[in-house]
Design a binder for this molecule. Sequence first.
Ligand code: DGJ
Length: 713
Amino acid sequence: MPVISFAPDSGVWLLSTPRTSYALRIDETGAPCHLAWGPRLTLAEAEEFATPPVPADSSFEGRPPSGEELPVDGGTRYGPPSLQVRFADGTRAFEWETTGHRVLEPAPGESELVLEFRDRHYPLAVSLHYRVHDHCDVIERWTVLRNTGAETVVLQRADSAAWTLPPRDDYRLSHVTGQWAAESQLHRERLAFGETVLTSRRGVTSHHTNPWVMLDAGDATEDHGQVWSAALAWSGSWRVTVQRTPDGRAGLTGGAGHEGTALPLAPGEEFTAPRFAGLHTDGGFGAASRAWHAHVLAHVLPHPDELRPVLYNSWEATGFDVDEPGQRALAGRAAALGVELYVMDDGWFGARRSDRAGLGDWTPSPDRFPDGLTPLVREVHRLGMRFGLWVEPEMVNPDSDLYRLHPDWVLHFPHRARTELRHQLVLNFARREVADWAYDWLTALVADHGIDFLKWDMNRAFSEAGWPDRTDGSDRLWTEYTRNLYAVIDRLRADHPGLRIETCSGGGGRVDLGILSRTDQAWASDNTDAADRISIQHGYGQIYPARTMAAWVTDVPNQFTARSVPLRFRFHVAMAGVLGIGGDLGRWSDGELAEGAALVAEYKRVRHLVQHGVLHRPRGPVDDGPTAVQYTAPDRSEALLLVWRRAPHRGRPRLPVRLAGLDPAARYRDARTGKVHHAKVLTGYGLLPELPPGDWSSAAVHLVREPERRTAP
Ligand code: DGJ
């Protein structure tokens, strides 16, 4: 069956993914209207939805409340507009006129529908893009707007897409909130009537919420029920508005930029909105997460097949106090633990002795690295590890040579304060010369030193976001900044194909599908407390796969919570992602070093499951009882179960953990104990993991399919 089909009589377009369908048509007024999004349909079945509009029964209702593919500000529409324009003569309303369509095959296994429109009178062309993939239920959507006239058109809102759900008795919204060092806290709550706005006005994706939602009718569970989800691929300010109306409908619109900013579109200029991907599943929240993970691995990450190395990062061990002898000593200890990528964090350049000075002066401090970075890089390579370096290219300390030379390069307004956060200001990456400057020093730094990995940090939100050289600067910079950031990273990657990049913004402040399409992993949070980390990782993993989630084992008492938990527990929590170590190895005892080395070796035996396997969440972090995650090989030949228990309680039952996704006819051997279990017992009845007694107890159970003696299915 073709992936994109069209019924000329009814005008219905049907996009089909392996398990879902999405149907739309252009209505009698020329507007692209939504028909259906859910379980798979034939074209004839989808045509049932193309019924004539029911006229509104009062003069207060406006257009019939069916969904539109991109609700505009215009006519009798009163919901949140996805497209809101102001033409040169002050006219604001947009009126659709269809001009054609294209069906493309952008790559093998991908099909794209482009619906083309223009305004009936004014010079604005609009095209709606829908991309579907052969083996994936994610539909990627975006909008392209082009000014075809001779005067500027102002885009007051230019969302990527609007998504419409079918009518239901009730709706529930799942999303994350947070703050620095407490990102990705999952909330699942009844969707309020009216409009619920999730947004970042910070110029960066933000710690405080993340540009994705899941919606269900209030009846979905981890394993069952219909879930609709959408995620925006954008790393600057953004807004997603979820609407619930009294007629039993819900939908959402989302795109780049927050309210109050506008985008001037000069004559001939085009604006391509970021991708806003969506998916439907009837397999509950777990299936939604797995579909997102598969999409990120298949269509987002630049090198999805790679196994990410075990890394060491110096930040919690040394703070800003880095020098060549200290780093050599740490590198030697890291190599002995089995670390494969050694990352030197902040403090290696200019006058950087604290967060007060030096940011922007990207040459190694001569007193700390008298012969530059090359001797340390060589030593790390000699030890058999790759070398990574921390950078924060978008920032400057006012106490720096760069700022003294280019005070105008920062975001600012002429008669306003320049508010410092962490003693730093934001360089205006929207300015071409700033982006070029960053690209020039970064590409030289990587080339001159043979750097394998950059941790790209960004440690403050925007303020006084002005660009005084341009009258339209304070509107343009919100998108231009992010586009230039992307372009610098893309150029760097093209120059250095072996270079890998970690996205970091004070932890998880810039994690989204946009940045992940040009980086290799993300630093999910500065908070490395293993207990706090369980809920952070739970929220992160709703959309983003473990393959992208860097997680370090650090020292106790933890610097955020003063909590002490055993080394084994810390490892087992970090093993749920891309394992890293961030402790002060100079202070680890011989016993800790030996235990650490054994756990690193254990991780290497199972990391293909964590990084490329299929995630199930047998038990979420609901209380201090056990939390369990399972990663299964795509061919079901192996599985890893990680279990963490904060506190045992007398009288509380010890419940078996029911696994999922195993080969039902097979038996699986526990690689540590040698005990063999039937898959049907593991999935139907469960496994009672052996947890050591006491608080902060954990287990990693590696199950390997037995080759022989298959039982009847
Ligand atoms: C914030 C990051 O999240 C930390 O890991 C560390 O790199 C510091 N910045 C360095 O300033």
